[in-house]
Design a protein around this ligand. Structure first.
Ligand code: HEM
Length: 324
């Protein structure tokens, strides 16, 4: 009995120590160390978005690609002289907004040197990108620290494939402790932004080898994409949301529901019973509040993936350091 009690005391003490060492994320982490940093970031972004509102989509995607590879640790920002960092991986070649994060970091460093991580700035920027697109405004957790390892191979293995079906995508999300609900809700981020032709043109050129288009696509939509994206067209872009590209709303789910999901991974959502039920719920205008609330929760979940906290990682002055 006594040894059992000792074991319990040890177990409780060990778990307390572990939780202290892990120093979880929290709201207003910089409350005393850099008060006002979230306002500083938001003000800086107000100017950026006034000049180019489309970069909002870029910042949202940047945070996602950061979190899925080695956790939300700003490793996506790191540069490599020999082209082997995460940002050099094929799915990352169309990421945008690096210079925005770097410019904000300069302002934050001027106010509070070596206090605020690049990873937290990226999380705040993603949140603000959504808010400024008329989407939900949510409290962002902070306290992440930056990693200094960035490998192309990790990006290639950990990011979800654009032609993945729900089984594949669910597995990729599960590895990051994210659920099928997170998958369908976060796919709603495609209410903003664009994709380049090579990300989807296989769906409209010779899909099954007989010169056809993906039969799951709404035929006129497929024809339009076929005309716009010749197989050698690498540069043209097409909106992911056929209704409202630059506004955070239900237009993406309405598109998917109507067979106008641009990526294979978008269209796949309506063919699974669980994700399909969510798509059809979101096809109803009265679901906007539900989508907003769900999106905020799933973004917070994603923002916790693999974070470095406490004494792990580092706070660096420049986000895009060269590691090799
Ligand atoms: C479910 C798995 C996902 C897949 C397979 C996927 C794939 C893609 C692809 C292929 C593009 C277009 C790239 C290009 O051709 O330029 C894209 C764009 C985008 N993705 Fe995703 N994505 C997924 C989930 C997410 C999530 C979770 C977010 C954010 C929370 C997100 C945010 C975005 C945004 C905002 C864009 C537009 C970017 C821009 O306009 O620059 N995506 N995604």
């Amino acid at each position: 009995m006594a040894s059992c009690t000792r074991f319990l005391i040890f177990a409780v003490a060990a778990s307390l120590l572990a939780s202290f060492a892990r120093a979880d994320l929290q709201y207003d982490f910089y409350n005393t160390s850099c008060p006002g940093v979230e306002t500083l970031v938001r003000d800086a972004l107000t100017e950026v978005f006034a000049a180019d509102s489309t970069v909002r989509a870029g910042l949202l995607r940047l945070h996602f690609h950061d979190c899925f590879v080695r956790g939300c640790d700003a490793s996506i920002m790191i540069n490599s002289n020999n082209g082997t960092a995460e940002k050099n991986a094929d799915p990352n070649l169309t990421l945008r907004g690096y210079e925005v994060i770097e410019a904000i970091k300069v302002k934050v460093e001027a106010a509070c040197p070596l206090v605020v991580s690049c990873a937290d700035i990226m999380a705040m920027a993603a949140r603000d990108a959504v808010k400024f697109s008329e989407g939900p405004d949510y409290l962002v957790e902070t306290g992440r620290r930056d990693g200094n390892v960035s490998m192309m191979a990790d990006a290639l293995s950990d990011l979800p494939p654009a032609d993945g079906n729900v089984t594949v995508l669910t597995k990729v999300f599960a590895v990051k402790n994210l659920t099928m609900k997170d998958l369908v809700v976060l796919s709603g981020a495609h209410t903003l932004g664009v994709a380049h032709c090579p990300s989807f043109s296989y769906r409209v050129h010779n899909y099954t080898g007989v010169g056809d288009e993906d039969p799951s696509m709404e035929p006129e939509y497929a024809e339009g994409l076929n005309a716009k994206c010749a197989p050698d067209n690498f540069a043209s872009v097409v909106p992911l949301d056929t209704v409202t590209t630059n506004e955070f709303d239900l237009g993406y789910f309405q598109s998917v529901y109507a067979g106008k999901g641009l990526l294979g991974s978008d269209d796949a959502l309506r063919h699974d019973s669980l994700t399909g039920a969510y798509v059809s719920l979101m096809n109803n205008a009265s679901s906007l509040d539900t989508f907003f609330a769900d999106f905020a929760v799933s973004m917070i979940n994603m923002g916790r993936v693999g974070v470095l906290t406490g004494t792990d990682g580092e706070i660096r002055a420049t986000c895009g350091i060269y590691v090799d």
